[in-house]
Design a protein around this ligand. Structure first.
Ligand SMILES: Nc1ncnc2c1ncn2[C@@H]1O[C@H](COP(=O)(O)OP(=O)(O)O)[C@@H](O)[C@H]1O
Ligand code: SF4
Ligand SMILES: [Mg+2]
Length: 379
């Protein structure tokens, strides 16, 4: 069960990314890097991504648009487009004590891995149904593609899952996709993703196209299901309020890298990276219908020609020369199960603490923080 440990600066990562006695690891990602080929050069979309996923937990990947969330999610199930390549790193998957090197699987092994071990519900997943097939056929097709031909068993499992996502199996199985509402289709997709009993479900902005009430309903359904069936979730979101509700842990991405990772409460209440800190200061209330939440000063860096040193330095109010402009910080242990890639995280800590009383007095932040605090820990 031991993931390969590399030496060097990653040593700082392991103590918080893999706490002892904290449960079973199902996925272990180390130094993962993904590049897209472009005319101007290589787009470094994911750099040095390192994290562990525990059985039954929900990990949210947050970060502004273009920070590499989708690319990282796609790389984990190797569904990247042709122009992309995984240029470095390791992805180990564990089931029943057996490790699988995901990046070494052949295409056929990868296809079964994708549904049986790690299923993915895409961004704009609403369009991923075949419009001319009834839902029952979509379940049967998925099962057949994985050599499951026992119609009765597939039907039983489909009905069970549909009931668990609070849908009426009779009605839904007979329907065509267009006969269902967006929220229903989204719940069918979650049921479909679980058909082959994967240990991990990756959801990329699964509720973005839905109205706020439907989003909440889908989130509730997903959370309940996770508690019943004990699978793990990687949940990609640019929506902090949703991450606060759905996640046990949160990883913040910036310019392709996980720059902070920790329990949801710590990320919202005790951010230690200036970028996360900035996001939390700018977070809107859960009751606003404002779901574009990433509004900190400056713009994201050019991923072909990244800044020297810390990639956040051109936007960072804590930046100090020369260290920040010349050396990219490792992910430091900044608290229990909490890592942040900032040379000056102690100063961020002081600022955040000085600020905390004020922030909590603001109803907006108190809302998000309170939600984060009530999220049940599973991992
Ligand atoms: N097919 C592609 N070709 C070239 N660059 C891409 C492609 N897809 C994504 N990128 C670039 O990779 C970076 C990360 O994108 P993405 O993973 O979609 O981020 P996010 O999901 O956080 O919005 C972006 O800068 C984007 O421009
Ligand atoms: S390392 Fe420096 S530039 Fe980077 S986030 Fe920390 S203070 Fe800011
Ligand atoms: Mg995306």
């Amino acid at each position: 069960m031991e993931p390969k440990v590399r030496m060097g600066q990653q040593a700082a990562v392991y103590s918080h990314a893999r706490p002892s006695g904290e449960g079973e690891i199902v996925l272990s990602v180390r130094d993962l890097a993904v590049e897209y080929k472009a005319k101007r050069g290589a787009v470094k979309a994911v750099r040095s991504a390192t994290f562990d996923l525990y059985k039954g937990e929900s990990l949210a990947l947050i970060g502004e648009s273009g920070s590499g969330k989708t690319t990282l999610a796609l790389a984990l199930v190797r569904l990247l487009v042709r122009m992309a390549r995984i240029s470095d790193g390791e992805v180990l998957y564990y089931r029943d004590g057996k490790a699988t090197d995901v990046l070494a699987l052949n295409n056929q092994q990868m296809r079964s891995f994708r549904w049986q071990e790690c299923a993915m519900v895409f961004q704009a997943a609403q369009n991923s149904f075949n419009p001319v097939l009834r839902i029952a056929e979509q379940f049967a097709d998925t099962a057949r593609a994985h050599a499951l031909n026992d119609r009765a068993e597939i039907d039983r499992r489909a009905r069970d899952l549909l009931r668990r996502v609070q849908l009426d199996p009779e009605r839904v199985l007979r329907s065509y996709p267009h006969e269902l509402s967006g929220g229903m289709r989204q719940r069918v997709l979650i049921a479909l993703a679980l058909l082959l009993n994967p240990q991990i479900v990756i959801l990329d902005e699964p509720t973005t196209a839905l109205d706020i009430l439907t989003q909440r309903n889908v989130i509730d359904v997903l959370n309940n299901l996770r508690k019943q069936l004990n699978f793990s979730v990687i949940f990609v979101s640019h929506d902090l309020a949703m991450a606060a509700e759905l996640a046990d842990r949160v990883a913040t991405m910036y310019a392709g890298r996980i720059i902070e990772i920790g329990d949801v409460f710590d990320i919202f209440q005790n951010p230690r990276h200036p970028y996360t800190y900035g996001l939390m200061k700018a977070a809107p209330t859960l009751h606003d219908n404002v779901h574009e939440t990433f509004s900190i000063a400056g713009s994201p860096p050019d991923l072909i020609d990244l800044p020297s040193g810390c990639k956040f330095h051109p936007r960072c109010e804590f930046c100090k020369e020369p260290q920040c402009t010349t050396e990219d910080p490792p992910l430091f242990d900044v608290g229990p199960r909490h890592g942040a890639a900032c040379w000056y995280w102690q100063e961020v800590k002081q600022a955040a603490e000085a600020d905390k009383a004020d922030r909590l007095a603001q109803p907006d932040i108190a809302d998000v923080a309170a939600t984060a605090g009530t999220t049940e820990k599973v991992g």
